[in-house]
Design a protein around this ligand. Structure first.
Ligand code: HEM
Length: 470
């Protein structure tokens, strides 16, 4: 059966379905794997000139990249016809199991109902306190002139907040959770999934040192999370954290009959939150520091806003709505550098998208990066301009750092509130200035993250007023 997936496609479009254009520069056997690995952003930005849908070959597999906002919206809103699938989801499933990020449409509504209570607004208020505390702890030992590798510093911070909001780990028994090995293991798993998505099947099982590191990281994370879930099940007086909300959701008294999560399912979901939430938020923060340092006039306005609103005290969750300039900096950072630069979907039945016929099994790539850099959607798209958000709200077809539709990020508020409070806590007191001349690196085998970004800490001379808690 052929369906038309979106509102613009109709019988005429079906009758005149066009052949798909192919991206330039394909090599025999490897296809576009090499240009994509060498310069993923350059490669992606050339695609819209070829057409609304463009065929890209990675080894023997073909990915059809959607380059047009309305067609992207249609794909993301119709998760029955355009279901999770393709190399990213397949490799993701190997690590995360059949969890919220990776499960198919048939499973998704139930899983979303089980996970949603963990992210409800009343809980967010409690999490937000951990965000500011984590940021304050992280900068405790900062001093003027110290040099930072920004991404690992922000990763350590987001791991710390993930751990404290999910598992309330102030208990000494859980102290090992906050160590750097947890940060490394999460980064290794995220990179491993993306690397595998781009590696041909016959090479994926070669026992390289990187493969062994990836396997060990997965086992360590699962063992840790399994232990936490098992301990919590026997806890007569559990703390009211994300894990508690997750384990208590659904059950016999649930109005819609949603079952409770089993232990194994709970481990899959927790691992998913760590893999999906830690590096993405750290990456947004790292890019924000990079952009602020290169735009001193914007940086000065952020400082002025923080000085006016906070008047020397540390920021509190209730301050977030009063910090529009800081919020616009983050919105614009996520437009320019969306951490998940590519998502994949699989067509579940023959369909038509725009003027293109897509057979069942076609794998589509949806790239927030491609849409965010279109000049017809965002004038002067490569310019960092937080003011473009002053009178405009992000719209769901053209602003996609968190995806859209039923599969939209469940942690979007968690990520945004966290990043805003961390940025405010640090910028209220410190500036991060570039050190070292090298531009940050970015690899297709990771989230869109500025590796090798080194910055120096400078004291702004605005010490928090003692005895004035946020
Ligand atoms: C700035 C930070 C973040 C960014 C840019 C981001 C980005 C995204 C994107 C683009 C998707 C959609 C993927 C797709 O449609 O294929 C997604 C889904 C998801 N994200 Fe996030 N994310 C962030 C933070 C978080 C946090 C903090 C958590 C958890 C604590 C989280 C958990 C998830 C989960 C579980 C899904 C799957 C949702 C579903 O399919 O129902 N994310 N994220």
């Amino acid at each position: 059966m052929t369906t038309t997936a979106g509102t613009t496609a109709g019988p005429t479009a079906r009758a005149g379905a066009h052949p798909l254009p192919t991206a330039p520069g394909a090599l025999p056997v490897l296809g576009h794997a090499l240009p994509l690995a060498r310069d993923p952003l350059g490669f992606l930005s050339r695609l819209p000139a070829r057409g609304d849908l463009v065929r890209v070959r990675i080894g023997p597999r073909t990915l059809v990249v959607v380059c047009e906002p309305e067609l992207t919206r249609q794909v993301l809103l119709n998760d029955r016809v355009f279901d999770k699938g393709g190399p990213l989801s397949e490799r993701g499933r190997e690590v995360l199991g059949n969890a919220l990020l990776t499960c198919s449409h048939a499973e998704h509504r139930r899983q979303r109902r089980q996970c949603q209570p963990s992210f409800q607004p009343p809980r967010m208020a409690a999490y937000a306190v951990s965000f500011t505390e984590a940021a304050r702890t992280a900068v405790d030992d900062w001093h003027d002139g110290r040099e930072l590798d920004v991404v690992p510093t922000m990763m350590a911070l987001t791991v710390h907040t993930a751990v404290t909001t999910m598992f309330t780990t102030d208990a000494p028994a859980h102290a090992p959770l906050a160590t750097s090995s947890l940060t490394d293991d999460i980064a290794t798993v995220v990179e491993g999934v993306l690397r595998r998505a781009l590696t041909p099947a016959f090479l994926r099982h070669v026992p390289t040192p990187e493969r062994r590191r990836y396997d060990r990281a997965q086992v360590r994370l699962r063992t840790l999370l399994g232990g936490l879930v098992a301990t919590r099940r026997t806890d007569a007086d559990p703390p009211d954290d994300l894990l508690h909300a997750l384990l208590s959701a659904g059950g016999l008294d649930s109005p819609d009959g949603t079952p409770r999560l089993t232990d194994a399912e709970a481990v899959d979901q927790l691992l998913t939150f760590l893999v999906a939430g830690v590096e993405t938020t750290a990456s947004a923060l790292a890019w924000a520091w990079h952009l602020l340092a290169r735009h001193p006039e914007v940086e000065r306005r952020v400082h002025r806003e923080l000085d006016d609103v906070l008047d020397g005290r540390p920021p509190a969750p209730a301050d977030v709505p009063s910090l529009p300039t800081t919020a616009n900096v983050l919105t614009e950072t996520l437009r320019l550098y969306p951490p998940l630069w590519m998502m994949t979907r699989e067509v579940t039945q023959d369909t038509v998208l725009g003027t293109f016929a897509l057979p069942r099994g076609t794998v589509l790539g949806v790239s927030p990066y491609v849409i965010h850099r279109r000049p017809d959607v965002y004038p002067d798209p490569d310019r960092f301009d937080p003011d473009r958000w002053r009178d405009r709200r992000p719209d769901r077809a053209a602003y996609l750092p968190f995806g859209s539709g039923a599969r939209k990020c469940i942690g979007d508020r968690f990520g945004v509130v966290q990043a805003t409070l961390v940025l405010a806590t640090i910028a209220a007191r410190w500036r991060l200035v570039p050190s070292g001349g090298r531009p940050p690196r970015f690899s297709a085998l990771s989230t869109l993250t500025p590796r090798g970004l080194r910055m120096r800490i400078t004291d702004r001379g605005t010490r928090p007023t003692p005895g004035r808690p946020g």
